[in-house]
Ligand binder design. Structure first.
Ligand SMILES: CC(C)(COP(=O)(O)OP(=O)(O)OC[C@H]1O[C@@H](n2cnc3c(N)ncnc32)[C@H](O)[C@@H]1OP(=O)(O)O)[C@@H](O)C(=O)NCCC(=O)NCCS
Length: 258
């Protein structure tokens, strides 16, 4: 007697990739379907933006391994207010989190450490908060949020520990005395034999977080061994020469060159 062995259907792993033309067509069909069903949080109204992101190679899609169909898409990479939408039947299964974590990893590779998004619809606020974002109160009544992507750095084995204080100020500190800084950082620091001061973690400042800094230039103060080594706009070449780096939404420092 022969036994009937049925091969189970092959299941591929789910994946995140840049959208193909087929993914775009399937995404459009999904959004149209969900619009008819009245699903909350549908970005069909922004279709031209989604299409443009696809054409620019800037649209990420989550492909469900079982169906081979897009179950989520993201654009803006969390650097600009963009869009993240998960298909209704796939929500609360960790897919939104995976898309966000993929953007974190892309941004880490590109040294984009200051993330900035819009929480629209506002029902997405708990999701963004659970992804480590902080809500900003803005003047135009929209909900924006930011997150700093931390980076641990290694200190040279040989060298001398040194005190470093980095302060970020509003521009007005240049003409108003006793202006309070936006932020003060005291990372662990070591002066290497190459005369470079290495920090144990990246120090960054998101210019989108402070209304003053958003409207005007941010000033950076770098103090080494209780001596002020730099106090001027972060955007200046002199700041760059000492180690200040620019990313899309802010500035960061990994090491200081004296
Ligand atoms: C917001 C959205 C992207 C979340 O995606 P998701 O795949 O459902 O989220 P995840 O399953 O990865 O959730 C991760 C965590 O976020 C939080 N979270 C997600 N949705 C939440 C909700 N509706 N209320 C409260 N917390 C929520 C939870 O802490 C969750 O962890 P848990 O599963 O352990 O409870 C999705 O609901 C969606 O597409 N909504 C419509 C469009 C939208 O609002 N987009 C965001 C603005 S661009």
């Amino acid at each position: 007697m022969t036994q009937d062995i049925t091969t189970p259907p092959k299941r591929s792993r789910s994946s995140i990739r840049r959208s193909t033309n087929t993914d775009l067509t399937a995404t459009h069909a999904w959004l149209v379907d969900e619009k008819k069903l009245g699903v909350h949080g549908n970005f069909l109204c922004n279709w031209s933006v989604i299409e443009r992101a696809h054409q620019n190679g800037d649209l990420l899609v989550y492909i469900d391994g079982q169906s081979g169909q897009p179950a989520a898409f993201q654009l803006g990479k969390l650097i600009y207010p963009g869009i993240l939408q998960v298909r209704k039947a796939y929500r609360r299964k960790g897919i939104g989190r995976k898309m966000v974590e993929r953007c974190f990893s892309i941004n880490r590779k590109r040294d984009e450490c200051c993330l900035y998004i819009q929480c629209k619809p506002s029902s997405s606020i708990p999701f963004w908060e659970s992804m480590g974002f902080t809500l900003i109160n803005t003047r135009d009544g929209h909900n924006y949020a930011y997150r700093i992507l931390e980076k641990n750095l290694s200190l040279p084995e040989k060298g001398m520990d040194i005190k470093v204080v980095i302060r970020f100020f509003p521009e007005s500190c240049m003409w108003e005395t006793n202006k309070m800084p936006f932020a003060i950082h005291e990372p662990k620091a070591r002066l290497g034999q190459d005369n470079i001061i290495y920090l144990d973690k990246r120090v960054s400042f998101n210019t989108k977080t402070q209304t003053d800094a958003f409207d005007r230039d941010v000033v950076i103060g770098i103090e080494v061994d209780e001596k002020q080594r730099y106090l001027d706009k972060a955007k200046y070449q002199e700041a760059q020469a000492i180690g200040v780096r620019r990313c899309t939404n802010g500035f960061y420092i990994d090491k200081i060159r004296l």
